[in-house]
Design a protein around this ligand. Structure first.
Ligand SMILES: [Zn+2]
Ligand SMILES: [Zn+2]
Length: 146
């Protein structure tokens, strides 16, 4: 993970702002091969302290759901925020590459590694219909197939 964050003191705590480049391991939505997906995250989150830095007294936490807390040890942990941003930034259907060939629906072979035997035998459903048609017209089919 690379990038920089800036911590700005605000009334309610600390504003964390920055940009992080990170890589997340995901599985390709077509061929299921795991790969690293590069993400660039623009982060801006407010962190509220759980305890007063000077007195050590517990502070009332903001009501907002999902707000980030600086814990009683005064540790500002960015992990959860980064995880949430990464989830949002992830593509819905990640692809290991733009032209990923996917898996053979028949045998599950990864077609990026070359074709399997199924394709040669399989007849496109549109053609199989035509083939049925031709079979009912023997004379015509022979002229077609010549
Ligand atoms: Zn793929
Ligand atoms: Zn196959």
């Amino acid at each position: 993970m690379r990038g920089g964050v800036e911590l700005v003191r605000i009334d309610r705590g600390i504003l964390v702002r920055g940009n992080l480049d990170t890589e997340v391991d995901v599985a390709c939505s077509r061929c299921m091969t795991p790969f690293s997906c590069a993400l660039s995250l623009d982060i801006e989150e407010e962190y509220s302290p759980a305890t007063d830095v000077h007195t050590g007294a517990s502070l009332p936490l903001p009501d907002e759901p999902g707000c980030f807390i600086i814990d009683e040890h005064h540790v500002l942990d960015l992990t959860e925020a980064i995880r949430q941003y990464a989830v949002l930034a992830l593509p819905m259907k990640p692809l290991c590459r733009k032209d990923c060939a996917g898996l053979c629906p028949n045998c599950g072979h990864n077609l990026n590694r070359g074709s399997c035997d199924c394709l040669a035998h399989e007849i496109d459903p549109r053609w199989s219909k035509l083939e049925g048609c031709l079979a009912t017209l023997p004379s015509l089919s022979s002229t077609f197939l010549e």
